[in-house]
Design a protein around this ligand. Structure first.
Ligand code: ACO
Length: 416
């Protein structure tokens, strides 16, 4: 095994080098504090690996994303979301018999208790759907206490999640919730529970969107799920924490922010160039939502696929002349041409196009991130399961460099 050397305060230390199956190199600093009395300092973890994982591989420079070795392009074209759920959670693509059994398990657990529907309805109408989803998720531990049968708990969660999304959507439209009727066909069932009807175009769009969002290795929400799971909080609590982490505009919440930004530009006269300048002005906090990515510094492979789907959906719905979408196209064009964006490798990411599709489908903006969560669920579960299966798993507990005052005495209040 290759070694890495570190010289600190005149002493040399040696660390193991670990190499992943795609040649990724990591220095194992887990003994750094014990041996060198120092910690690795990497706020935001840009150079830190928190685990080794066999689930998802990303090469951000080359725009590669693979789930368990299968390219995202291949999966989007040649598999279904049900197969991808199976792949992520169980490790391999299913054969025909396995898929049949998986579908019937999903159907068996697809309904949700009426009490849970009532609980959702009782939540304040002003509550963001991500907050509602997170609270429902934690409540599941009351309805279905974890049994110790991990596979059973996982199937139940995978099967029911689409009902919570449909419930939130129908609630936002003032419509009654409809239980699953066709649970063996996950996507068709979901589309019917949402819109009361389905079509091949809708099913294809949702199938692709969910596949593209299914996992993304150690991003903010997946790391949160692992972090919370490492305390041995149960599956539902761990996944609820992932929902909360996804909510923020720098993560999954960006798809909502994309449309809000496009509408803001439209209401301000539709001048995209004004906002392009604002995005480049360092004294201005404005950022182009749906642009840039921590890992992809070339292009987001999911965005390439979803851009085609977005064009098809807009074409299908006769929306190719929509004013908001014209602004989106102007921003996209600028990002490909203007020096600021080119120099920083800022391209539209998957959220840019998914927001556009959801808007075209009439999904309320604040529901966009909930759609993302539906897709991401199997990824979170796979990450949680992998962490749980780790024989040497310990609670996640980062260190810090303390920069506050050194020890001082509490003065009497009259002297402060
Ligand atoms: N608009 C304008 N400038 C940007 C943007 C943007 N969207 N994103 C990054 N930059 C600039 C930064 O100002 C910085 O410029 P500088 O080098 O001159 O200081 C440079 O590009 C690098 O930016 P960082 O913030 O260091 O990049 P980081 O990797 O930390 O952030 C992030 C990535 C959070 C995605 C960022 O690009 C961003 O805020 N994008 C908008 C929000 C968004 O779309 N989030 C969705 C992410 S994808 C997902 O979760 C599925």
């Amino acid at each position: 095994m290759t070694k890495a050397n570190l010289s600190l305060n005149g002493t040399d230390y040696e660390f193991d080098v670990i190499v992943g199956s795609e040649g990724e190199v990591g220095v194992d600093f887990s003994s750094l504090r014990k041996t060198a009395k120092a910690i690795s300092y990497d706020p935001a973890f840009g150079s830190t690996g928190a685990c080794s994982s066999a689930i998802t591989f990303i090469n951000g420079e080359k725009g590669i994303l693979r789930y368990r070795g299968y390219a995202i392009e291949d999966l989007a074209e040649n598999s279904t979301f049900e197969e991808v759920m199976f792949l992520l959670v169980k490790g391999e693509l299913p054969n025909a018999a396995q898929l049949k059994a998986f579908k019937s398990q999903l159907a068996e657990h697809a309904e949700i208790p009426d009490a849970l529907v009532e609980q959702y309805k009782a939540l304040p109408k002003t509550l963001h759907p991500m907050a509602a989803l997170s609270s429902i998720m934690v409540s599941l531990s009351g309805y279905y206490p974890t049994t110790g049968d991990e596979d059973q708990d996982i199937i139940r969660l995978l099967a029911k999640m689409k009902a919570f999304v449909a419930l939130g959507y129908r609630q936002s439209k003032g419509q009654d919730f409809v239980q699953s009727k066709n649970g063996e066909n996950y996507i068709a069932d979901f589309v019917e529970m949402m819109f009361g009807k389905t079509s091949p175009a809708l099913e294809q769009a949702f199938d692709q969107l969910l596949i593209l969002h299914a996992d993304h290795e150690q991003n903010c929400s997946a790391s949160t799920v692992r972090m919370v799971g490492s305390s041995q909080a149960n599956l539902y609590a761990s996944i609820a924490s992932g929902v909360n982490a996804l909510w923020g505009p720098r993560h999954g919440g960006a798809n909502q922010k994309v449309i809000e930004m496009l509408e803001m530009i439209q209401n301000d006269g539709g001048d995209a160039s004004k906002y392009l300048s604002k995005a480049q002005d360092k004294s201005d906090e404005f950022r182009l939502m749906g642009f840039g990515h921590r890992v992809y510094k070339n292009f987001d492979p999911r965005a390439k696929i979803i851009k085609i789907a977005a064009d098809e959906v807009l074409d299908d719905l006769g929306l190719d002349n929509d004013e908001t979408l014209d602004i989106a196209k102007a921003l996209e064009k600028a990002a490909l041409e203007e020096e600021y964006f080119k120099a920083r490798n800022l391209y539209p990411n998957v959220d840019f196009y998914s927001g556009i599709i959801y808007r075209a489908l009439g999904i309320p903006t604040d529901m966009f991130t909930v759609m993302f969560a539906l897709g991401r669920l199997p990824g979170w579960i796979a990450q949680w399961k992998e962490w749980n299966a780790e024989p040497k798993s310990r609670i996640h507990r980062p260190r810090q460099i303390y920069t506050g005052p050194t020890e001082r005495k509490v003065n009497p209040i009259s002297e402060r």
